[in-house]
Design a binder for this molecule. Structure first.
Ligand code: ATP
Length: 405
């Protein structure tokens, strides 16, 4: 029997312009460090020598422009080296944006606004992240807008959000959840209420325009907008690209449509994985990435809170109605909801609205999770990031559920 613990450390040598693609094991974290050379993870440079710990299931790549040696400690689901990547074309896009930012700064005008579109699992979030981190590295503070209500990276699912990126994004921690501007849609697919989704996107964009108007620095830095894979069914990227070109040619001649290749490293995620990832995001909101937050269980009287739903549930398609009849449910109607056990295990948003009428146009302060409803005593128990009174009594409910595990 050997008495010395077997070392599990492995070295990987990366040639210039290649990357190490990793899927961390399902139950154990992976430690990794840069030993020689330079390397980055989705646009953020690795510090030399320092061991970084990556949580289970994380999928990422360590890319090097000039060559590097990496050390891994722990097991992976998969890891392999690839020397064919679209990174040159991505960094070329960055260079073009950089030129536009400099021009915007010199003339105190508007910097570039990039919207990344494509099918699910084409690497949109990853490209957004690289463009933001590269810009932040040069000292810009670009705004990240995430319109992906399914797998967004700014806050919990069911929301659209924006936040300035002031530093390259941490490969482990992701985007700091400091003061994002968040609007609560309440569902994880747009089809639940397309009209509401559009209204919220408009609210968010108006708010950002107002912020840009008073801040030349962020106006020049511009924004990167991530979307969800809304072209599903439309088919191939080629089609999407020519369609966008056609639509925009007449309406928005100053918009450039650039077709970029999907990286071979992008990992496809099935419905179950996505559901799990959503659940993790909500857990992370309350408990922190490394269980480092202590949420508080609070009890309130029914009368202390006012719960609203937006829209009258799924709408009957016009084709299902008698000829001439209009669909009854207004998708953006505010509906007061009686507190009962239907709210159990739902995640609700706490609105910044001062009056119910302002709820749709208001962003949200945060979220609570309903853990108990006592009908007899008219008491609601909920988990919140902290103890004490909520910033507002106006809550918004959708279909976002969570089962604490
Ligand atoms: P969706 O629209 O479905 O949210 P997406 O198009 O935004 O997907 P990403 O989230 O960017 O896709 O990528 C999917 C997964 O693949 C992520 O877990 C991401 O970390 C991983 N990934 C992306 N690029 C690489 C790469 N080069 N090597 C390894 N993993 C990668």
């Amino acid at each position: 029997v050997s008495t010395s613990a077997a070392s599990t450390i492995r070295q990987v040598k990366l040639e210039r312009e290649s990357e190490l693609r990793i899927e961390v094991a399902n139950d154990t974290p992976l430690k990794l460090r840069l030993v020689t050379g330079t390397a980055e993870i989705f646009g953020t440079e690795l510090p030399p020598e320092i061991w970084l710990t990556f949580p289970p299931r994380l999928k990422f790549a360590v890319f090097t422009w000039y060559g590097a040696t990496i050390e891994l400690d722990g097991t992976t689901e998969t890891d392999y080296t690839a020397d064919e990547t679209p990174m040159i074309s991505y960094v070329n896009v960055h260079a073009v944006l950089e030129g536009r930012r400099n021009r915007a700064k010199a003339s105190s005008s508007e910097g570039p606004r990039v919207i990344v579109v494509g099918p699910t699992d084409s690497g949109k979030s990853t490209l957004s992240r690289m463009l933001l981190s590269w810009a932040a590295k040069q000292g810009w503070k670009p705004t990240f807008v995430d319109l992906d209500i399914g797998q967004g990276s700014i806050t919990i699912p069911g929301c659209i959000a924006a936040t300035p990126i002031e530093m390259p994004i941490d490969p482990v921690e992701g985007i700091p959840l400091e003061i994002p501007l968040v609007y609560f849609y309440g569902h994880t697919t747009p089809s639940n209420n397309v009209d509401l989704y559009k209204v919220l996107v408009k609210e968010l964009s108006q708010m950002l325009e107002r912020q840009f108007a008073g801040n030349a620095e962020s106006r020049a830095a511009g924004m990167v907008i991530n979307t969800m894979g809304w072209i599903e069914g439309v088919g191939y990227e080629e089609k999407l690209w020519s369609m966008l070109k056609d639509v925009l040619r007449n309406k928005q001649p100053n918009v450039d449509v650039v077709k970029l290749q999907r990286s071979g490293g992008v990992v496809s995620r099935n419905a179950k994985f996505r559901q799990k990832a959503r659940s993790h995001r909500i857990r992370e909101y309350f408990y922190g990435l490394a269980n480092d937050l202590s949420p508080h269980s609070n009890i309130a009287n029914f009368s202390d809170l006012s719960v609203y739903r937006i829209g009258g549930g799924p709408q009957a398609p016009r084709s299902a109605l008698p000829i001439g009849a209009e669909p009854a449910a207004d998708p953006t109607r505010l509906v007061h909801v009686n507190i009962n056990r239907d709210l159990l295990h739902l995640v609700l948003a706490v609105s910044f609205a001062k009056e119910p009428e302002q709820i749709i146009s208001s962003n949200v302060a945060g979220f609570i999770y309903v853990t108990d409803i006592d009908i007899q005593r008219k008491k609601i128990t909920y988990l919140a990031p902290s103890a004490g009174e909520l910033p507002s009594k106006f809550l918004i409910v959708g279909t976002l559920t969570w089962l604490e595990t």
